[in-house]
Design a protein around this ligand. Structure first.
Ligand SMILES: [Zn+2]
Length: 327
């Protein structure tokens, strides 16, 4: 090969190399710009968020209660979405990022949220408040969960008032200058719960005593039935243990027949398939879907906890007292 040919190859290779360097430099400048913009956006988002402390609750019912107390001083969001199964939920990576950015985490406790340890661990130093702490729980009877506390304390309006007190305390500690406003909001909300307590009592007392048996999928009505003079029966004790076994179905069918239960129900966050089967086999009617572990979306039958109580008790009355419940 001639010397000129070597020269041409050398020049070509050098040019390629330089072009490569130029490309890399432009790329790194562009990436730098993107990163800088991204960082600025993130910081802006943080600044926006930091205007109000961020409260994360483990499920929508607690978010509604917390919003009633927070008014517009705090931002309240629920980690689980409307309709989610909340006992065995698996936090997503973005949930864990959210946890670390929160100012307070509110959980129910009593073993309701099996995933909460992972969630609060990801949050690091973010304080958390357990609403059922210090309350005397009712225990699950029979079945594999026997002797464990039933976690669905909020299902009785009387007991939900204690949750409100704990939320007021926690918010006042987080934002002391808002304590008066939290106390006032808490009192207003408790007044509504008190009125609802009376309303539910009057409604449920109108059910003839022999018909006061509430049959559901999950044993989530223990506090309501206990506090308002009803008996309870269910397909499984808690959704975390939501196995439908022939034994459980048979036991329930026998109870429905022996107590003459006319109507049975299921909840929005689980499948009602097995309960429909129980209805067919026992001769009872299926009376519709309760809301327990999740609110409905806005515009649905239970967008707030107060609506949730009313919706459930309306269904109970319709199913157990009135002759033509929905099928
Ligand atoms: Zn539940």
């Amino acid at each position: 090969m001639k010397a000129s040919a070597y020269k041409t190859i050398f020049l070509k290779e050098t040019f390629k190399l330089l072009r490569g360097f130029a490309f890399l430099s432009i790329l790194s400048i562009a990436l730098g710009l993107i990163c800088a913009c991204g960082l600025r956006l993130e910081t802006e988002k943080d600044d926006l968020r930091k205007e109000k402390p961020l409260i994360l609750t483990t499920f929508t019912v607690l978010a509604d209660m917390a919003k009633n107390v927070a008014g517009d001083r705090l931002t309240v969001n629920s980690i689980t979405k409307f309709g989610s199964e909340i006992h065995g939920y698996q936090p997503t990576p973005s949930d864990l990022v959210k946890a670390a950015g929160a100012d307070l985490i509110i959980e129910n406790g009593l073993g309701l949220e099996l995933w909460v340890k992972k969630f609060t661990a990801a949050a690091g130093n973010v304080p958390n408040v357990v609403l059922s702490k210090g309350m005397e729980p009712l225990l699950i009877e029979g079945d594999v969960y026997s002797g464990k506390p039933n976690p669905h304390v909020w299902m009785s309006p009387r007991r939900a008032m204690k949750y409100v007190d704990r939320i007021v305390e926690a918010f006042s500690e987080l934002d002391p200058s808002g304590s008066e406003s939290f106390e006032r909001n808490g009192l207003d909300y408790k007044k509504k719960l008190q009125e609802l307590d009376k309303e539910l009592r009057t409604s449920l007392e109108s059910i003839p005593s022999g018909q006061r048996v509430l049959v559901t999928c999950e044993g989530a009505f223990t506090y309501l039935t206990h506090d308002y003079g009803m008996d309870e029966a269910y397909l499984w004790p808690v959704n975390a243990e939501s196995q439908v076994t022939p034994r459980r179905m048979l036991k329930l069918i026998q109870l429905i027949k022996s107590r003459g239960v006319r109507t049975i129900f299921c909840e929005s966050t689980v499948s009602s398939k097995a309960q429909l089967e129980v209805a067919r086999s026992s001769g009872a009617r299926f009376g519709g879907t309760f809301f327990v572990d999740s609110l409905s979306e806005a515009g649905g039958p239970a967008p707030t906890l107060l609506d949730l109580y009313r919706h459930n008790v309306d269904l109970i009355l319709k199913g157990l007292v009135l002759e033509n419940p929905e099928k």
